[in-house]
Design a protein around this ligand. Structure first.
Ligand code: 6PG
Length: 246
């Protein structure tokens, strides 16, 4: 896995446009079935709105694209905290065939049971229970970085971050709000992609981006694509020393 490539956008709006362009480029690079792994949190909301807007949604070959989610809060699909619900409401429900939307099922009896079901769904889609480095699971994986350096629902110091075999795990307790159990894809599953794209924007992200740029081995730094890893950041999130300098 190569070093992440840092791309700086002027502000959150420009960052969302750059992210949308990269998603489109990955879609256009693949003439057959496409798999995109979405993420939760507040960071991707502008991107999702953009992809659902008139100028963008007409460019997406909806009948060829499948939409997954990298982690989920263990709350009902109708709960506003549900990550896939946010993506559905902002752009998927109006455009994607429903059989192409692949939510993590949270009606399961436990996060572990939900993780098992989702792993089987991913494996059925992929056509194998083992990941072949020559044939990535996803075209694009979207990611965010939390204030403690977590990504997906892989929190620092939790066993889930060191998982090497399973594709999806239950996380009984979150390290940051919302304090609900989570279900998360693991590093090997997330790494199986042509491109992993982090969106890191806003002044609130400055402390964690500084730690990541300093090389602290937090989950968001350990998450790397077997292909290309891109950190899309805005000026406001950059450490003072390098602000405006790139
Ligand atoms: C989640 C996300 C999580 C997110 C980071 C950043 O379920 O919360 O998938 O990994 O990307 O926590 O969140 P913000 O975008 O809200 O800062």
């Amino acid at each position: 896995a190569g070093q992440p490539k840092l791309i700086v956008a002027a502000d959150a709006e420009a960052l969302a446009r750059a992210a949308a362009e990269r998603v489109m480029a990955r879609i256009e690079a693949n003439p057959s079935r496409i798999a995109i792994c979405l993420t939760g949190g507040s960071s991707p909301k502008t991107l999702y709105q953009l992809l659902g807007s008139d100028s963008w949604c007409g460019r997406i070959p909806w009948e060829r694209v499948h939409w997954f989610i990298g982690d989920e809060r263990f709350v009902p699909a109708s709960d506003p905290l549900n990550n896939m619900a946010v993506a559905r409401a902002s752009f998927l429900d109006r455009n994607a065939p429903s059989s192409h939307i692949h939510p993590i099922p949270t009606a399961a009896e436990s996060p572990e049971a939900s993780a098992e079901t989702y792993a089987r769904e991913l494996q059925a889609f992929y056509g194998s229970e083992s990941l072949d480095p020559a044939r990535p699971l996803f075209d694009m994986v979207l990611m965010g970085a939390g204030p403690d350096g977590h990504t997906a629902s892989l929190f620092p110091g939790y066993p889930a971050i060191d998982e090497t075999t399973r594709w999806v795990v239950g996380v009984p307790k979150a390290n940051v709000a919302p304090f609900v159990p989570r279900v998360s894809l693991t590093l090997p599953a997330l790494a199986s992609c042509h491109e992993m794209l982090f969106e890191i924007a806003g002044h609130d992200k400055q402390p964690i981006l500084t730690r990541l740029l300093n090389g602290e081995t937090l989950p968001a730094l350990r998450a790397r694509s077997n292909g290309e890893t891109v950190w899309l950041v805005d000026q406001a999130a950059l450490p003072e020393g390098i602000r405006g300098g790139r």
